[in-house]
Design a protein around this ligand. Structure first.
Ligand code: HEM
Length: 208
């Protein structure tokens, strides 16, 4: 019999809210205490980027866990975890655009040429944005089968982000490689869908 019941679900969701907000409280306190080391701007960008990536992996782990332990209701926590992933990614982007670039568009264009990995982050961010916008139940109902097709793009975001991470570091590539291996493992559980998605994207670009 499943342990997660309709009665327990709100507690689990409350726990998820606390777990997702706590790192932001920690970050706020660390900024306030000037405890982010010699380059606080980079530290904030890294902290939020890693937070977004961790939450992306957490979103991907929910379905296999629900299946493995026959906890169907667990699936309904995917939306809140995914939205927190989008929230962290938005803060990561704002921290970069504001603290690093001072909202200077010309500088952003220069950075896009100098640091091509930012393109990958941007594509991942656009995917997360579309998924967040279409996450309400009424949009799901309206989009019918197209909703699932769109939401499968989370797998592309999950592939792009560790590459974005790997290319952004000058040293210390072990962590991005570990993230990439985790993504490969999580995606290997949905290989059919992932292969179909990647071949559709390939065909799309071949045609255009
Ligand atoms: C428009 C979108 C994005 C932009 C402009 C962007 C920008 C950046 C930049 C500039 C860095 C490197 C900072 C540095 O070392 O100088 C970075 C690192 C990173 N980003 Fe992004 N990013 C974007 C989207 C994303 C998304 C969607 C995720 C995750 C879901 C993500 C996760 C990461 C991670 C994990 C790192 C490495 C952090 C570390 O070194 O500890 N980024 N990003």
């Amino acid at each position: 019999m499943p342990m997660l019941t309709y009665k327990r679900l709100p507690y689990l969701k409350a726990y998820i809210h606390v777990l997702a907000i706590m790192p932001l409280v920690y970050l706020g306190l660390a900024i306030d205490a000037d405890a982010l080391g010699g380059d606080p701007v980079q530290a904030v960008i890294h902290f939020l980027g890693k937070g977004a990536l961790n939450l992306l992996l957490a979103t991907l782990v929910i379905s296999p866990l629900a299946k493995r332990y026959k906890e169907g209701l667990l699936i309904s926590t995917r939306r809140v975890v995914g939205l927190y992933c989008f929230f962290y990614a938005s803060l990561h982007l704002v921290a970069f655009a504001w603290l690093d670039l001072g909202w200077d568009i010309a500088l952003l264009l220069k950075e896009l040429v100098k640091r091509p990995y930012i393109w990958l982050g941007m594509i991942a961010f656009i995917i997360l944005l579309l998924l967040a916008l279409t996450s309400p139940m009424w949009v799901h109902r309206k989009m019918k089968r197209n909703w699932q097709k769109l939401h499968n793009f989370i797998y592309l975001a999950a592939i792009l982000t560790p590459v974005h991470y790997y290319l952004s570091v000058k040293s210390g590539w072990i962590e991005p490689i570990i993230y990439a291996l985790l993504v490969v493992f999580l995606l290997s559980q949905r290989r059919k869908v992932v292969i179909k998605l990647l071949s559709n994207i390939y065909c799309f670009f071949k045609k255009t």
